[in-house]
Design a protein. Structure first.
Ligand code: FEO
Length: 165
């Protein structure tokens, strides 16, 4: 079963969104690194690598289905942030946008009766629940932490415990 044109187009767009996510989180990681939050920098770098994996998952799937991957330019990510609270609120907001994009892609696959794409996307739907939950928890935690330097240091240490590849 060949990929329908509009499904292929939406999949290529999703590859770009995942790679942009990777770029955005790397930019956020660089900000944290230079602001003296190595733990947050590590968490975001691991997240950046995961986003690259997400993009590649779709990239390989397009090829498996005999489609053509067409890479587009990746937008410049934001490089400056007010503080950690603002930064992680933007992580959450971004993940909510990605969830909406995955849902729209899934609906496109339903309309095309494209069952393999629907099955592949189910992994992403589950993943987005997890990603939004993680971002929510961090945003909530930061509300409790406030501006106290000692609490921020402990928060940073906690995020630095995230295990990467
Ligand atoms: Fe791959 Fe965080 O969405």
């Amino acid at each position: 079963m060949k990929l329908e044109k509009n499904v292929l187009k939406a999949m290529n767009e999703q590859v770009n969104k995942e790679l942009f996510s990777s770029y955005l989180y790397l930019s956020m990681s660089a900000y944290c690194e230079s602001e003296g939050f190595p733990g947050c920098a590590k968490w975001l770098k691991v997240q950046s690598e995961e986003e690259n994996d997400h993009g590649m998952k779709i990239y390989h799937f397009i090829h498996e289905r005999g489609g053509r991957v067409e890479l587009e330019a990746i937008d410049k990510p934001k490089t400056d942030f007010k503080n950690l609270s603002q930064l992680f609120a933007q992580v959450l907001e971004h993940e909510q946008k990605i969830s909406a994009s995955i849902t729209a892609l899934y609906e496109t696959a339903i309309k095309a009766n494209d069952y393999p794409t629907q099955i592949m996307l189910q992994w992403f739907i589950t993943e987005q629940v997890e990603e939004e939950k993680n971002a929510h928890e961090i945003v909530d935690l930061l509300k409790k932490v406030g501006d106290s330097p000692v609490s921020l240091m402990m928060f940073d240490r906690q995020l630095g415990a995230r295990v990467g590849k």
